[in-house]
Design a protein around this ligand. Structure first.
Ligand SMILES: Nc1ncnc2c1ncn2[C@@H]1O[C@H](COP(=O)(O)OP(=O)(O)OP(=O)(O)O)[C@@H](O)[C@H]1O
Ligand SMILES: [Mg+2]
Length: 167
């Protein structure tokens, strides 16, 4: 059973394509946790995810609110950025669970800041800056749903474009 997968993206477009691929596979209730430094590609990936869900409106990080809700796609997308949260307690206090257990796909940027408040079953994606246009994306699946999802991603490398490398 595949629980870990590491990919290298060579451009912002390639990261969007990865997100788009996942967006096409996503189901209501999926929780995707994104970890990584400023500018490592979390929002870029989420933009692709929105495209994969056929969401046409602009996706950018929710700055002063907990979440943006994007409607009009195949599924609802909850896009959270918890960079400014003090921790799990604050996130729970302002309604995190409504998004985690809501009727849509939930994507959380800076998920490591609220790790204790997140469900044990999730897909965790760690972004790392390797160079100007290179990013490493490490996927870690917890729970059957996400192990299956990772298996599909691993089997469909061609969907990531010719340049994507599995390492
Ligand atoms: N391979 C790549 N994948 C993703 N982004 C890339 C890549 N190469 C260059 N970039 C650039 O890096 C930046 C990534 O910004 P993005 O907003 O997605 O980061 P972020 O992780 O969401 O940061 P923040 O923590 O500030 O929200 C963009 O300007 C994008 O064009
Ligand atoms: Mg961001």
């Amino acid at each position: 059973m595949l629980t870990d997968l590491q990919l290298t993206s060579h451009s912002a477009d390639e990261t969007r394509q990865l997100g788009e691929h996942l967006g096409r596979l996503a189901r209501a209730g999926d929780v995707l946790c994104l970890e990584g430094d400023l500018g490592s590609g979390k929002t870029c990936f989420t933009q692709g995810l929105g495209r994969g869900l056929s969401i046409t409106e602009d996706i950018h990080s929710p700055t002063f609110i907990l979440a943006n809700e994007h409607r009009g796609g195949r599924l609802l997308l909850y896009h959270l950025d918890v960079y400014r949260m003090s921790g799990s307690g604050e996130a729970i206090g302002i309604g995190l669970d409504d998004y985690l257990f809501g009727d849509g796909v939930c994507v959380i940027e800076w998920a490591e800041k609220i790790r204790e408040a997140l469900p044990a079953e999730r897909l965790w994606i760690t972004f790392q800056h390797l160079g100007e246009n290179e990013r490493s994306l490490k996927f870690q699946a917890s729970g059957m749903r996400y192990i299956e999802l990772l298996g599909i991603i691993a089997r469909s490398r061609e969907a990531f474009g010719d340049e994507a490398t599995l390492v």
